[in-house]
Design a protein around this ligand. Structure first.
Ligand code: PGA
Length: 254
């Protein structure tokens, strides 16, 4: 069965002290996780080890990086490699977030390289895709997202692609308070799964978790996550508030 995942994306927020307090606060809440219903915390690089220490006694909770280099090692000042992440037991890594595509000019080709290098190091990529507003307004979002998948993931073998988690994040819904309706989310998730099924077969597609991201909050998570092709969420703003994120974790499908 594919996993249901509540993934927190802290982005470039919180001091060490506030991050530590947030992890403590979330873990004092009573939420239920299992091997198939997990929580992931994507924290800034300097806090990865802190998060590992804080979470080490917790079952079914994992730490993620928010990015990694597409290069193996060497003279790339300021970059962090997949090998470094593996050496501190980081299990997930977000790649291709729309903010990185927009502000750091990440391309589908570079994301294909990042996917490869992460899988080589046994780190699960959380591959983000999603369309900007003008694409949605002209109703060509399927073509746009289909191309992101094709150019970054379709070189993978069926075994490899099943390791990848996909996060569909319509850019117009990120940090705007404007959530896609549950119908819009389901429609795109079904399209993504359908594309994967065309390429890899239905069994492979059924094993891939597809998260929704974009203004997921405590008060809308349950409805969105209940959709059949929505396997949880990638959560920015609401992951910075313990009361919100613990409700979001509890909203994962059972
Ligand atoms: P948001 O961010 O929940 O604040 O909209 C989601 C994301 O960018 O991953």
């Amino acid at each position: 069965m594919r996993k249901q995942i509540a993934a927190a994306n802290w982005k470039m927020n919180l001091s060490w002290q506030k991050g530590e307090a947030l992890l403590d606060a979330i873990h004092s809440k009573d939420y239920q996780l299992t091997a198939d219903r997990i929580a992931v915390f994507a924290v800034p690089f300097p806090y990865l080890h802190l998060a590992q220490l804080k979470l080490q006694d917790k079952q079914n909770v994992f730490v993620a990086a928010q990015n990694c280099s597409n290069k193996k090692s060497g003279a790339f000042t300021g970059e962090v490699s997949a090998e470094m992440l593996q050496s501190i037991d980081v299990t997930y890594c977000i790649i291709g977030h729309s903010e990185r595509r927009e502000y750091f000019n990440e391309t589908n080709q570079q994301l294909a390289e990042k996917t490869d290098i992460l899988l080589e190091h046994n780190i699960i990529p959380i591959f983000c895709c999603g369309e900007p507003l003008q694409i949605r307004e002209t109703n060509i979002q399927n073509t746009y997202v289909g191309r992101q998948l094709q150019e970054s993931l379709y070189h993978l073998s069926p075994e490899q692609v099943q390791q990848v988690v996909i996060a569909y994040e319509p850019i117009w819904a990120i940090g705007t308070g404007k959530t896609a309706t549950k119908e819009q989310a389901q429609e795109m998730h079904a399209f993504i799964r359908g594309q994967l099924a065309n390429k890899y077969g239905q069994d492979v597609a059924n094993n891939i978790s597809i998260l929704y991201g974009g203004s997921v909050k405590a008060n809308n998570a349950k409805d969105i996550f209940a959709e059949p092709d929505v396997d949880g969420g990638l959560v920015g703003g609401a992951s910075l508030v313990a009361d919100e994120f613990s409700v979001i974790i509890d909203s994962l499908k059972k």
